[in-house]
Design a protein. Sequence first.
Length: 119
Amino acid sequence: MELKLFDSELKVMDVLWREGDTPAKRVAEILSQEVGWNRNTTYTLINRCIKKGAVERLEPRFICRALVAKEAVQEAETDELVNKVYDGSIDKLFASLLSRKKLSSEQIQRLRDIVGELE
């Protein structure tokens, strides 16, 4: 996926992923409550997402529809992180993540299960 969304644009996308098709006015209300943005800021970011092809504007009532799945964006962001910070090495990423926090036995088992499914 070549689409690059900035953190502020991801906040707009997150609302659409949670709420589904949503009027821009409602997106602005939600983001006003969650992050304190005014309506103009939200509309500017919605329009950026539209120009990038991440959001579609439906009429009447300026309904916003996400055109990219959250999973696709997560995958692209993860790939970028692995390539940029860990020299393309997933095992370096996992080693870094696992060394930072004490995992519960349940979390360790879930990780074993995931790895087992990949083999």
